[in-house]
Design a protein. Structure first.
Lengths: 184, 843
């Protein structure tokens, strides 16, 4: 019997994949190292910043045991500069440059921690941004503005991809570099 | 209201009103030299009155009708009219000179800069024009107002303009940039008034330039400090009607206000009490004579009143004082405790702390205003317009801007010329000065302690970052604590002597197993606390008598001795080690050298005695603390974080820069302008608070902590014009990491050898040794890749390796081999053999 699911990943699945991304938190209470299947979590010592997977950060945030430091690109200033760039060119704004000598890919790159580059959107920008806005909007400066810019950016990229489909029919190719995952 | 019993309704002999203009809005101004008084009203005649004569005024006919603003210098005056023109008239010939500017809508206010070269003009348009008098084509625009401006006023230095806008917000514009910028918005202060309203929402600068006053919706006069926009003292409970005019006396000691309750009130700035009431209806504009006891005002009926001997005789001495300070709740300049706000500078501009010498004469002008803090002063004199420009050799504002008032100036200067060394003020690390009625007593990685001044008492709040570790607490504090320390064990407070009570130290442990564990102890009378420090085992108090008092955690006096260097500056402690800092001998630049002493209290050993705190010329210490691994750190005013290396061995200590915040990558674009307020050094990171917008200290709401990795200023990273090879970029980075890891290794080595090191510390030590070699190996890799000709440097790098087991040199040989540098590989092999035989020895 076939599963009644459409092909590809469902939104919960893309969100699940994104939850492996590392984000920076400021813990509100001490917590020793936990040995989990995915590897040990770092020990928490407030007010030292710690990079943890997003799922743990969200869990702690919901229990008010931590504050999440939004990645630098999730600020109105960065988003609007990316949006301006996207509006003026036909391609997508470039993804963050890979650090030298790495072979890993998202979610194993620290692309959403406090040290991430502020001017480039990482692979999981859409899901991560949405999740942070949903769970930790009080930690994000100007959340409404950020939400609006994210939506605008999504629209712009969506429009470009739709236009790209027309090109595909001519047998040519469309460069989707930097567009990110999580599209449905 | 308590004020009412102190007031006196003055019934002077009534001055006859002079019918100057037909009824309607009328305006008046004195020339700065006080010789002439100019009035304008709703008719087309402008009148100029001579101050000392009762004769008829000089009339200037055929002006514009319905004048709405007037401003004058000694030579000319400007009149603005409802038809949108601003005209300039000569005061020599009493004739029309030129049209300064024209607006499309009615003019509402004109303010002349203190140097008389620029006129700021508010009209019903949305921008305020600032027009150059000599060249009327040079115009600056104050933009960004959502509604038209009603009033304008220049600060006494001419650098800022306060714009009272009709949207109920006071905007402060800075004129120091090409395009004037809003530096502050003060919301909720003034009422929303229409531009043609007869009521006033004018923000009037206090003559000392550090604050302005404005009428509020509650008919009070609120004073706002200009450098932080905080509410200061308020002149309240006087008027029963809305305020229509207000003016500071030329020396700032008195304030007069008129309101629609048909009263003029005279207030004492210092006490904010009403000194006298006068009955005068419909007063809409009021001015003080620039130096005499004369107040003139005009009414809605167009009548002009010139009051000679306006003040009641008991208030006249107030007017004769020199410049008085604005009424601050906590005057940052009279603040003795807390941080040293005043920088210690060297070189040409020797600035001297007068307080030590002059404690006997409070409330003199110099005591109150003090020397000018270079970085703290909101008002900076950019255009050389005077006021601030006349800083004399000792960092004083001279009273030159007050014209005739100060007759002692020349005499005083002569006295000042005697040599006085510049002394570093005492400060409490981690605390901020008062701002408004709040200040942080202590900010560190455990939590923060802050206090709120409630006039009769303070309320102290202690909050922790780790909310599970301790619950936040707060208490009412009748002792007015002004210093605090916080660590894992408890909180330490101290208060200065007050009301005949001696200074006191109070310690409150967080956890106890007895019912009562907090204790307080009083210092001998006359001794004040200069700084306190709390470690895991001792409490250190330095006092104004130059004593260092050491207590155990539960209040047993343990040791007391006099500090060799005096006056004391500050102290810090970590476990059994204490660091005290004091002013040492005077250096060649006329300021004292800061000296520090580190000792171990338990073992009674001196580690460093009277050693120099290495500062560059003109720099000063911003904060002193121990890192989490117990190494002393200082952060200086040039933004460099320094750590003390080898400090456990007498004579071996040296200050090593571990981070220069001016070279941080985030500042590389040059767009950001921020400073860093040091909090702590922990886990090899510098924890600080980022301050933007020229702030000097963190304020409320509680700021976020930021952390930066160490980056020793080894070399500037190459400009990124042509990143031809990644090696060119990698090289400096690796070099820095080598120097840094060597430093961290040596710090840990010292720690391990001097304490009973744990196993974890020893493994950490060997890990660090490997790290140093690893950095060298990477450097070697870069050198080999660069080419054969770099062989000599490559070999030198290999020679630097510590390499106990020989593995690293072996790896180095392999690296050389991989790049095909056979000669180098051979030489490395030789080196390895030499080492193995122990032949390569000292020097």
């Amino acid at each position: 019997m076939a599963l009644p699911l459409p092909a590809g990943l469902t939104p919960p699945e893309t969100a699940f994949l994104c939850e492996m991304e590392l984000v920076t938190i400021i813990p509100r209470q001490r917590l020793e190292k936990l040995n989990l299947l995915g590897g040990p979590t770092p020990p928490f010592a407030p007010p030292h910043r710690t990079a943890t997977p997003l799922w743990l950060a969200l869990l702690l945030k919901r229990q008010r045991r931590a504050n999440i430091l939004p990645p630098p690109w999730l600020s109105p200033r960065s988003l609007s500069s990316v949006l301006d760039l996207e509006k003026s060119t036909a391609s997508f704004s470039p993804p963050p440059a890979l650090p030298p000598h790495t072979t890993t890919s998202p979610p194993f790159l620290p692309s959403a921690t406090a040290g991430a580059p502020p001017d480039a959107l990482p692979y999981h920008w859409l899901e991560l941004g949405e999740m942070l806005l949903e769970a930790a909007s009080d930690d994000i400066p100007e959340p409404d503005n950020v939400r609006r810019l994210m939506r605008d950016l999504r629209e712009v990229r969506m429009a470009k991809m739709r236009a790209g489909v027309g090109v595909l029919e001519g047998g040519r190719e469309v460069n989707l570099n930097g567009v990110g995952g999580g599209w449905r | 209201m308590a004020l009412h019993n102190t007031m006196t309704t003055v019934t002077q002999q009534r001055v006859r009103g002079r019918p100057a203009h037909p009824s309607g809005p009328t305006f008046l101004t004195y020339t700065p030299n006080g010789k002439k008084l100019v009035t304008a009203g709703s008719n087309n005649v402008i009148r100029v009155y001579e101050t000392d004569s009762d004769g008829e005024p000089t009339n200037i006919d055929d002006c514009q009708e319905n004048n709405t603003a007037i401003a004058a210098t000694n030579d000319f005056f400007l009149a603005g009219s409802e038809d949108g023109t601003v005209c300039m008239y000569s005061l020599d010939s009493f004739t029309y000179e030129k049209m300064l500017t024209r607006c499309t809508l009615p003019i509402r206010d004109i303010a002349l800069s203190p140097d008389g070269q620029w006129a700021a003009i508010a009209s019903d348009e949305l921008e305020v024009k600032v027009v150059n008098i000599a060249d009327t084509y040079r115009v600056l625009y104050l933009r960004g107002l959502p509604k038209p401006a009603k009033h304008l006023s220049y600060d006494p230095s001419g650098t800022y303009i306060a714009v009272s806008c009709t949207d109920g917000i006071v905007y402060i514009y800075s004129l120091s940039t090409e395009e004037p910028q809003i530096v502050r918005k003060v919301d909720g202060l003034i009422r929303i008034l229409e531009t043609e309203s007869e009521l006033s929402s004018r923000a009037v600068w206090h003559p000392d330039g550090r604050a302005f006053a404005a009428p509020t919706a509650t008919r009070d006069i609120q004073v706002i400090s200009s450098d932080d926009g905080e509410r200061q003292r308020v002149f309240s409970g006087g008027h029963m009607g809305d305020v229509t005019a207000l003016a500071w006396s030329p020396n700032g000691a008195l304030l007069i206000t008129a309101a629609s309750d048909r009263k003029i009130l005279l207030w004492d700035t210092k006490t904010q009490k009403v000194l006298a009431r006068y009955d005068h209806p419909n007063v809409i504009n009021m001015v003080w004579h620039p130096f005499d006891n004369i107040v003139s005002f005009v009414t809605l009926d167009g009548e002009l009143f010139i009051y000679p001997t306006f003040l009641p005789s008991d208030a006249v001495p107030l007017l004769e004082k020199t410049l008085q300070s604005a009424p601050f709740i906590r005057d940052p300049l009279t603040e003795i405790s807390g941080n040293s706000r005043k920088p210690l500078t060297n070189g040409v501009k020797v600035k001297v702390d007068p307080r030590g010498k002059r404690r006997g004469t409070p409330d003199t002008l110099d005591d109150i205003l003090g020397p000018i803090g270079d970085e703290d002063d909101f008002v900076s004199d950019d255009d050389g317009a005077g006021y601030l420009g006349e800083v004399n050799g000792y960092g004083k504002r001279s009273n030159g801007h007050l014209d005739a008032i100060d007759v002692f100036d020349s005499k005083r200067r002569a006295i000042y010329q005697a040599f006085q060394p510049a002394i570093h003020d005492s400060f409490q690390p981690g605390s901020t000065p008062w701002r408004g009625n709040r200040k942080y007593l202590c900010l560190n990685l455990i939590g923060f302690v802050w206090t709120v001044d409630q006039d009769t008492h303070h309320t102290v709040t202690v909050e922790f970052y780790d909310r599970e570790f301790q619950r936040d607490f707060h208490f009412t504090d009748p002792y007015l604590y002004d210093k605090a320390c916080l660590n894992k064990n408890g909180t330490l407070f101290s208060c200065p002597p007050a009301n005949g009570n001696p200074a006191m130290v109070f310690y409150r442990p967080h956890e106890t197993w007895t019912t009562r564990a907090d204790w307080r102890t009083q210092l001998p009378a006359g001794e004040d606390v200069t700084s306190i420090s709390l470690s895991e085992s001792y409490i250190v108090v330095t006092t104004s008598a130059n004593y260092v008092r050491i207590f155990t955690l539960h209040g047993t006096p343990f040791r007391i001795y006099r500090q060799k260097t005096s006056p004391t500056v500050t102290c810090a402690s970590w476990r059994d080690y204490i660091l005290t800092m004091g002013n040492g001998p005077v250096g060649g630049d006329g300021s004292t050298k800061l000296l520090y002493t580190i000792e171990n209290i338990k073992r009674d050993e001196v580690c460093q005695s009277e050693d120099i705190v290495a500062l560059t010329e003109g720099a000063q210490v911003k904060s002193v603390f121990f890192s989490d691994s117990g190494d002393p750190c200082i952060y200086d005013s040039t933004g460099v974080l320094l750590m003390l290396q080898h400090w456990r061995t007498p004579g071996q200590a040296r200050w090593v820069p571990v981070l220069d915040t001016k070279q941080l990558e985030r500042l590389a674009t040059g767009k950001k302008e921020e400073t860093y307020w040091p909090v702590a050094v922990a886990q090899e990171k510098f924890h600080c608070i980022i301050l933007k917008g020229g702030d000097q200290y963190p304020y409320f709401p509680k700021p976020l902590l930021s952390e930066f990795d160490f980056k020793m200023p080894v070399s500037t990273s190459a400009p990124q014009e042509k990143p031809e090879t990644s090696a060119a970029l990698e090289g400096p980075k690796l070099e820095e990491s080598f120097v840094r890891s060597s430093l961290l290794l040596s710090l840990l080595e010292d720690l391990v050898t001097s304490t009973n090191a744990t196993h974890a510390q020893r493994t950490e030590l060997s890990r660090r040794e490997v790290e140093v070699d690893k950095a060298l190996l990477q450097l070697l890799n870069v050198e080999c890749r660069e080419g054969e000709e770099r062989g000599m440097k490559a070999l030198e790098i290999v020679g630097l390796m510590r390499d106990r087991g020989g593995k690293m040199i072996e790896a180095a040989g392999k690296v050389a081999g991989r790049y095909g540098r056979t000669v180098l590989q051979e030489k490395i092999g030789e080196l390895a053999e030499w080492r193995l035989m122990g032949m390569e020895d000292d020097e």
